[in-house]
Design a protein around this ligand. Sequence first.
Ligand SMILES: C[S@@+](CC[C@H](N)C(=O)[O-])C[C@H]1O[C@@H](n2cnc3c(N)ncnc32)[C@H](O)[C@@H]1O
Length: 195
Amino acid sequence: MRVIKKFLMKSLAKLSRKPKVKVSLKRLEGFIVDIGAGGEGVIAKTCGRNTVGVDINKGEIDEARSRGSLAHWVLCDACFMPFRNGSFDVATFFFSLMYIKTPKRKWAVFVEARRVLKSDGLLCLWDAIIREKPDLYVVFVEISLPDGEEIFTGYGVRGKEKEQNLELINKLAIEAGFKVTSAESHKNWFRACFH
Ligand SMILES: C[S@@+](CC[C@H](N)C(=O)[O-])C[C@H]1O[C@@H](n2cnc3c(N)ncnc32)[C@H](O)[C@@H]1O
């Protein structure tokens, strides 16, 4: 079934004029909270039992679980996470900020991520650059995991106030108390780390 989905996704991406992205992931060290973690559960797959996956949608958590995720899962809004201050070494957003629309909500999840991170904790994110304003934005993403597994998927989001780029994300993260550690912007996506 998974092979068929991968084949269909690849064919759809080839035929489509939608943005395409290739991301290579390395394993992250420490206790990790992955925010907007459901669906493919990419970070949970990469980092396994050290990951707490947070998602607001039970269906997305169930989907990640059905893919054999070893992570611990918590159903909640990332603006109000049920964790103590300074619980995690790393917080991640993997193509999930695009689902948290409006700069105000993105800023609120950064503030909450800062709270649950240790003082020397790291925030790492990967996300789509969204320039156009059509109602439905879709990006196809090919992901290489450290164990050699390849995931091919599509992420789509509808509605207003979904435009985002690295400059906006840096600004919001800085306003939430982070400092930029590294950042790179590509044609259709960006990656950034903060401490
Ligand atoms: C489709 S996933 C993105 C990719 C996912 N990280 C993966 O590995 O496949 C985006 C997720 O963010 C979740 N999400 C959106 N807003 C959220 C919020 N306020 N708090 C927690 N999760 C949220 C959605 O339910 C969705 O499952």
